[in-house]
Design a protein around this ligand. Structure first.
Ligand SMILES: [Zn+2]
Length: 226
């Protein structure tokens, strides 16, 4: 019996059920897993990205899947290792790599009509290289949907920053777009600690943010013109 089947048998035991288990790894483009129950056989297909997961995470995954199937809530603490594995940076990167493998990676649009985000990032690094030392830089892309109020957002799972396309305009001064990019890059630096509730702008984050020379000017402009 492999570790994966072991995890599902243990989870079945937890719910007081007894079925034959057929659990295998599959090549999915993300960290997904499915389970079905048919004719007394529990079939589970789990992304091979979970091969790197510790035993408790596999058990947690099985508890989570079967909990949905049997409509029972498993103990939170037992599912936590699974959630942590998925939330961890390693898993995020793996997810990324798997998606890349499948060729479904979202295309990034980094050169806008007015601003080239790679140039903006370069400027930011020129001035604030010290702030981002050792930080794994995110990918950058202009948003495709217009009209969102939010200026930019950092996607943890992808380590990707999307910048509102509305900022790709001549009327937006360079220090404003640099400030938005700087802010989102700080999100990549101050990654969200797993297991904790998401606190996006921590005290350390705000401290770093103050290092932007024209912070006040940029914020004033955004308040008045955005
Ligand atoms: Zn933010």
């Amino acid at each position: 019996m492999n570790e994966l089947e072991d995890a599902f048998y243990s989870a079945l035991g937890y719910y007081g059920k007894n079925f034959f288990v057929d659990a295998k790894y599959a090549r999915y483009s993300s960290l997904k897993a499915i389970a079905k129950l048919k004719g007394g056989v529990l079939t589970a297909r789990v992304s091979d990205g979970f091969q790197a997961a510790p035993r408790e995470a596999l058990f947690g995954l099985a508890l989570h899947l079967l909990g949905k199937m049997f409509n029972c809530k498993p103990e939170k603490g037992l599912v936590a290792p699974y959630r942590e594995f998925v939330a961890s940076r390693g898993a995020a990167e793996l997810n990324h790599a798997l998606t890349r493998r499948s060729g479904r990676k979202k295309r990034n649009r980094i050169v806008g009509k007015c601003y080239d985000l790679s140039q903006v990032v370069e400027n930011v690094l020129n001035y604030y290289g010290e702030v981002f030392r050792g930080v794994r830089l995110p990918e950058f892309t202009w948003s495709t949907r217009k009209g969102r109020r939010v200026l930019g957002w950092h996607d943890d799972a992808w380590n990707r920053v999307t910048v509102n396309e509305g900022l790709d305009s001549k009327r937006v001064p360079p220090h404003v777009i640099e400030y938005v990019v700087f802010h989102e890059m700080l999100h990549a630096k101050h990654e969200v600690k797993h297991g904790k509730r998401r606190t996006v702008h921590t005290r350390q984050f705000r401290e770093d943010e103050k290092k932007f020379f024209l912070k006040k000017e940029a914020e004033d402009w955004l308040q008045r013109k955005w």
